[in-house]
Design a protein around this ligand. Structure first.
Ligand code: 5GP
Length: 202
C-alpha cells in the first residue's frame, strides 16, 4: 500500500495555521498529529484533541525512552510529536500533518529527508503585526515578543521546501496551494522510483 506523505506545516503567530489546517482536515485526506506538551491547556482546549497535556517529568521520561519523533522546548515548555501515533498514521496510507515550530521542523528534516516542509506566512510583516494587534487578546509585550520571534524563525527558512502565503480572507486559496504541493509531490519521479516497472506490469 502507498504510504502517506509526512508534511510539516510551520507558521508564525497570525499566519492563520489553525484555519488552514481545519480546512485541510475537512478534505479527509489528512490526519493531524496530536502533540504532547507540558504547557497548561488554554480555555476551550481538550486533552487528547488539541494536545496531550503531560507533566515535565513524564515528558522527559518519554524523551528518554525514544518515544518522541521530535521535540523542542518553546517559551519554557516542552512540545513533541508522539512517535507511535505518527508512524501508525503513515503506515495507514494517510498524509500526516505535523503543525510544529522551526526547531522541530529541522529535526524532521534530518530524520526524514523525504518529508515535505511548508512554511505558512501572512502576506507580509505589517499584516502579521496588524493581525496580532487586531486579536486584542495579548499584551503589547507579548505581541512584540512574537514579532521578534518571527524574525528569528525566518532566518531558518532554508530548511523548508515551500512557502505558502495566507492572504487575508483567502485561506481557501492557501488550502488549494497546499493540496497542489501534495499532488505534485506524489507525482514526483523521486517518489515513484519503480514507475517503469509498474508501467510494463512486471
Ligand atoms: P501553542 O502553545 O501556541 O499551542 O504552540 C506554540 C508553538 O509550538 C507553535 O508554533 C506550534 O506549532 C508549536 N508546536 C506545537 N506542537 C509541537 C510539537 O509537537 N513539536 C514542536 N516542535 N512544536 C510544536
Amino acid at each position: 500500500m502507498e504510504t502517506g506523505l509526512l508534511i510539516v506545516i510551520s507558521g508564525p503567530a497570525g499566519s492563520g495555521k489553525g484555519t488552514v489546517n481545519a480546512q485541510l482536515l475537512q478534505t479527509g485526506d489528512f490526519a493531524f498529529s496530536v502533540s504532547a506538551t507540558t504547557r497548561a491547556p488554554r480555555p476551550g482546549e481538550v486533552d487528547g484533541v488539541n494536545y496531550y497535556y503531560i507533566s515535565h517529568e513524564e515528558f522527559e521520561a518519554r524523551i528518554a525512552s525514544g518515544d518522541m519523533l521530535e521535540y523542542t522546548s518553546y517559551v519554557g515548555n516542552y512540545y513533541g510529536t508522539p512517535r507511535k501515533e505518527a508512524e501508525a498514521v503513515l503506515a495507514s496510507g494517510k498524509n500526516l500533518i505535523l503543525e510544529i515550530e522551526v526547531d522541530g521542523a529541522g529535526q524532521v528534516r534530518k530524520k526524514f529527508p523525504e518529508a515535505v516542509l511548508i512554511m505558512l506566512l501572512p502576506p507580509d510583516f505589517s499584516t502579521q503585526e496588524s493581525r496580532l494587534r487586531g486579536r486584542g487578546t495579548e499584551t503589547e509585550d507579548k505581541i512584540l515578543g512574537r514579532l521578534a520571534q518571527t524574525r528569528e524563525e525566518l532566518t531558518h527558512l532554508d530548511i523548508y521546501d515551500y512557502i505558502v502565503y495566507n492572504e487575508t480572507g483567502k485561506s481557501e486559496i492557501c488550502k488549494e496551494d497546499i493540496l497542489s504541493i501534495v499532488r505534485a509531490e506524489k507525482l514526483s519521479r523521486k517518489r515513484n522510483p519503480d514507475a517503469a516497472r509498474r508501467y510494463f506490469g512486471n
